[in-house]
Design a protein around this ligand. Structure first.
Ligand SMILES: NC(=O)c1ccc[n+]([C@@H]2O[C@H](COP(=O)([O-])OP(=O)(O)OC[C@H]3O[C@@H](n4cnc5c(N)ncnc54)[C@H](OP(=O)(O)O)[C@@H]3O)[C@@H](O)[C@H]2O)c1
Length: 307
């Protein structure tokens, strides 16, 4: 039961066939060689038997000694053997040769394909690794430029907006937004910017749009991607990302902090805040706010910091 394992043959059926045929061929040639040696010895023997030992001295054919005919017949048989080995069954015949060649070629092709697939896989992995490290180094570079904070008010179902408007009016939340962002850069998407009646006072607006000739009031910085937006705030020690849905989604991996007002209700919406991944974020503050005459809903001020 625990005896030695039977060794598995390492060669496949086709390789085995090739080896067997090669062995047959070697035997064929060996037999021809033995025939040749026997023929030489035989000829000498026949000549000696007739001329020296006088065997059948009186027997002639067409006036010639018999050994001459015996040697000629044997020579003919030997040549026939040579012909058989090298011409008729040249390496087991033409068809056999062709078949073997095709087998070898297809085997080589399979190996080449396997190698190619391996190379492609390796190249893809290298490209992915390079892209990943590039992305990470960009993030690292962007992150080190400041304490980038996302500020948002989201419902229990992560709703943040409907019809390019906020869904609720919570005055204490607006006050908090004003006090936190006062004097700082605020990064936003074009739609959020257009949801304001006019730019917010005492804040530097950085608006992201793909429109190359987008017009905005003086003092508003227009950029065409998030990276440039973050870059535009590098003098600010505390820039904010203020929305909306598209920009929050893209900014989640760049931000260091989230100031979230969680409104404790579900709302119908067309814009949502992305899920906060517990593995990436740690809650560091949680202040509950009751419903009252100025506030239709309960809510909590939550702070998350990147782990
Ligand atoms: N509850 C909250 O705290 C809160 C905060 C802010 C906003 N909101 C709400 O969110 C909603 C708006 O959000 P939204 O997602 O619809 O729009 P958004 O994020 O404010 O803006 C989207 C626009 O930003 C530009 N943009 C986005 N990604 C870009 C990129 N990678 N490169 C260049 N430009 C890019 C595009 O502008 P172009 O089309 O011009 O190219 C795009 O149409 C509104 O309902 C608003 O009231 C809620």
């Amino acid at each position: 039961m625990f005896g030695k394992k039977k060794a598995k043959p390492q060669i496949d059926k086709d390789q085995l066939e090739l080896i067997e045929n090669a062995q047959k061929r070697i035997k064929q040639k060996k037999r021809l060689y033995i025939h040749f040696v026997l023929f030489l010895i035989g000829c000498v023997f026949l000549i000696v038997a007739n001329t020296v030992l006088g065997i059948g001295k009186d027997f002639t054919i067409l006036g010639k000694e018999w050994f001459l005919f015996a040697v000629l017949i044997w020579l003919f048989l030997f040549l026939y053997h040579v012909f058989n080995v090298f011409v008729t069954h040249k390496f087991m015949g033409k068809a056999w040769e062709k078949e073997q060649l095709e087998k070898l070629v297809s085997k080589q092709q399979q190996r080449i394909n396997k190698l190619k697939a391996g190379f492609v896989k390796e190249e893809t992995l290298i490209a992915q690794r390079e892209a990943y490290s590039e992305e990470n180094s960009t993030k690292q570079e962007l992150k080190t430029k400041g304490n980038l904070t996302i500020i948002v008010a989201a419902a229990e179902n992560d709703a943040i907006g409907l019809g390019n408007k906020l869904i609720w009016h919570l005055s204490d939340d607006l006050k908090r937004f004003k006090s936190l962002t006062n004097g700082h850069h605020i990064i936003m998407g074009r739609k959020t910017f257009e949801s304001f009646p006019k730019p917010l006072p005492n804040r530097t607006h950085v608006v992201i749009t793909r429109q190359k000739n987008y017009k905005a009031p003086d003092g508003v910085i227009i950029v065409h991607n998030l990276e440039d937006a973050i870059d535009a705030t590098k003098q600010d020690s505390q820039p904010f990302i203020i929305g909306g849905g598209q920009i929050y989604k893209q900014a989640m991996s760049f931000a260091d902090k989230i100031e979230l007002t969680r409104v404790h209700n579900d709302f119908e919406a067309d814009t949502y805040f992305p899920k906060i991944d517990d593995n990436a974020w740690r809650e560091t503050a949680n202040i509950f706010h009751k419903k009252d005459v100025d506030h239709d809903y309960e809510f909590s001020f939550l702070t998350y910091e990147r782990k």
